[in-house]
Design a protein around this ligand. Sequence first.
Ligand SMILES: Nc1nc2c(c(=O)[nH]1)N[C@@H](CNc1ccc(C(=O)N[C@@H](CCC(=O)N[C@@H](CCC(=O)N[C@@H](CCC(=O)O)C(=O)O)C(=O)O)C(=O)O)cc1)CN2
Ligand SMILES: [Zn+2]
Length: 776
Amino acid sequence: MTIQTANLGFPRIGRHRELKFALEAYWSGKADRASLLDAAKRLRAENWRLQREKGIDVIPSNDFSLYDQVLDTAVMVGAVPAAYGWTGGPVDLDTYFAMARGATGAGAACGHAHHGGGHGVPALEMTKWFDTNYHYLVPELSADLTFALTENRPLEAFLEARALGIHTRPVLLGPVTFLKLGKTRDGSDPLALLDRLLPVYARILRELSEAGADWVQVDEPALVLDLSGAERDALRRAYAGLAQAAPGLRLLVATYFGRLGDNLDTALSLPVAGLHVDLVRAPDELDAVVAKAPDGLLLSLGVIDGRNVWRADLAALARRLAPAIARRGAGKLQIAPSCSLLHVPIDTALETALDDELRSWLAFATQKLEEIALLGRHAGGDGDGLAAADGAVGARLTSVRVHDPLVQGRLAALDGAAQRRHAPFAERQAIQHRRFGLPLFPTTTIGSFPQTADVRKARAMHQRGELSYADYKAFLERETAATVRWQEAIGLDVLVHGEFERNDMVQYFGEQLSGFAFTKHAWVQSYGSRCVRPPVIYGDVSRPNPMTLEWWAYAQSLTEKPVKGMLTGPVTILNWSFVRDDLPRETACRQIALAIRDEVLDLEKAGAAMIQIDEAALREGLPLRRADWRRYLDWAVECFRICAGGVDDATQIHTHMCYSEFNDIIEAIAAMDADVISIETSRSKMELLDAFTGHGYPNEIGPGVYDIHSPRIPEAGEMHALVRLARERLEDGQLWVNPDCGLKTRRWEEVKPALVNMVEAARRLRGDALAGTVTA
Ligand SMILES: Nc1nc2c(c(=O)[nH]1)N[C@@H](CNc1ccc(C(=O)N[C@@H](CCC(=O)N[C@@H](CCC(=O)N[C@@H](CCC(=O)O)C(=O)O)C(=O)O)C(=O)O)cc1)CN2
Ligand SMILES: [Zn+2]
């Protein structure tokens, strides 16, 4: 028995990151508009052909984007804020990129900044797409916004595919999720705009139908979130309207990233022709969905994991699906990935440096298409035809490479003591203040300094064997030394080594830990043209050798000032890696925590007096449903404490978090008990600090005063004013002065004057404090 197969979306960056290079060439003025659009068109064609070749019956279109699909939707419906100077009609490319990345006064796209735009227009705010490491641009809405169709992009994509002989199912971001992801400047409810938005969607659907589309995929991942009654009503109202938009056109509502849970009845009651469910995140929902779905509803079963890289156990899946098929009939079902394949790399075949065994365990987007096709052909059977394909799955679970008795023993012996610093914070603080003798408002940075083209080039040459390790190391030492001297010269109080040796704050550690595999070409889009290669955790994790020690020691040897040891924390490493599916996440995280603890203790032994453990992704890893928060936060905080718990009271533990909102989780942040936390606050004008004030947060805090996502250089006066706002909320003795985040994506020309100004701001603050001019 065969079942129809479908895909929800394919990575758009390109096998060799063609889109990244085309975008960056365009932004830098090295290539023109036509060559960018041409590169994009070639990528779309390549993706459609691949999906057809692999045997996918239902192929998506309009899953491509030059920058971000949420931005595309905003632009399509005319949600372009006045600041961008758009006056109607199709939104041109430079306005589009100005919304994505900001623009300088001349109206040209700015340097390599992704975000923020000097004197011209700032970019839209950017934030995490659900619980992924993909970032979308936040639609800026207002109560008086009138929507208008600027250009029917889904229609263009549909016609483009048809010209290649491929009949596609266009993808739209659903109106309710779109509004829910947006923000209104006036604080009004974005969903109040729904009735004005629906006619635009209706017109898009009508035009698609007239052009010959028979199905449209409408993504409503909001259905896996905690929804209010009003939000559920909005969904019902939206689809009651859209279902009437075009006679004969069928809508499939796609949900993903979690269980429907208490939204299941709402989802099943929408007057649409199809519903997609994520059966990887919510395997237990299959029975309920099948039992409750109205007879005529097409169910798209998301059984191939769109968020992870492991080969699926197809025989087991076929067996699991058999009862559903028997009950509903193959004609009313589709086999699909759990979500768009945007979040996985493109093809394992490029990973020629991985050993064959490991590679045989992996499925990237291309292999997932094959899995979907295979399952579609054999579903409903006894799985016999699939047994051969699954050899790799069994081999992985039992492989000796995966299991390390030493790690397991260490984990079993772990008790609460590992997590406890000796003295409470107040006592540690006194000891540390005596040890360091820092001034009030000590200045520091978050870790990385500019990753210039030269630094990346040297690393690439070293990897290709064109630069010896000795020469590469000497090069990095020169960069590090120059950066340490410069920090000293401008009068920063606490220095960093600059992270020049790191390709990425997660991958760098993944490459040195046992139990991790790393890839050469397995890029995944993070935002716009920026990509990451998430390491793959396949086995028990340990740290065979120190990972950062020599870089820290080298930097510290050059100065009397404290240089922070710089580590990425276990929760962030976990959240930004592909993780094992044969072990609970929290267990994998504890293993990483023990490895980082080893590094912390080695750094301390070598003399590091301050050690920063970055947990940039701790807040972002928060489960989508509030009911799941407590459990996650408990083990996430425990893991951080395992890293930090072994050090002396005189050793100062720092942590850093960015893009974070803390109100909901401030108690967990306090429970981490880092001596100093640096956070992103400059754009929110210190409002973020209210969370810390309201709860009487006792430890030290460095609220970011320099928005590193923008090429703009802040004045000393502005930063001084920001810290004055912070002083209204916190004690002087608690406050540090630092940027929002690392400086790796910035240029030296921006960083140098900005940090000089930051040091000047701290000097003025010390003057204020002496003069007692500001009440604390
Ligand atoms: N993992 C992760 N997630 C994160 C962040 C982060 O820093 N890391 N920050 C937040 C924002 N996300 C970000 C994601 C990526 C980048 C970023 O800068 N990515 C770089 C790649 C970084 C990298 O891995 N660099 C490698 C490889 C560089 C490269 O492309 N080399 C060329 C060759 C270059 C040459 O020959 O000159 C090649 O391989 O083709 C290196 O430096 O070694 C990019 O897309 O350009 C920044 C922020 C949230 N999530
Ligand atoms: Zn950061």
